[in-house]
Write a protein that binds this ligand. Structure first.
Ligand SMILES: [Zn+2]
Length: 65
């Protein structure tokens, strides 16, 4: 699979967690991805909150993470 880069700042090689968050919080079919910092900006929430979300989604057994 081709690596994804951030649509806003251009950061390359987004992690599986970052891509999972984009799909989970925006849309599973999105083609443009945000890195965790730009995603927090876009959603107007704290990066720490997103990191907590990742852990929660993992605990729930979400297939995206
Ligand atoms: Zn970015």
């Amino acid at each position: 699979m081709k690596s994804k880069s951030c649509y806003v700042c251009g950061q390359e090689n987004l992690s599986r967690n970052e891509i999972g968050l984009n799909k989970k919080l925006i849309n599973r079919k999105i083609k443009l991805f945000y890195c965790i910092n730009c995603l927090a900006d876009y959603l107007e929430i704290e990066v720490e909150f997103l990191l907590e979300n990742i852990e929660e989604f993992k605990e729930q057994g979400c297939i995206l993470f």
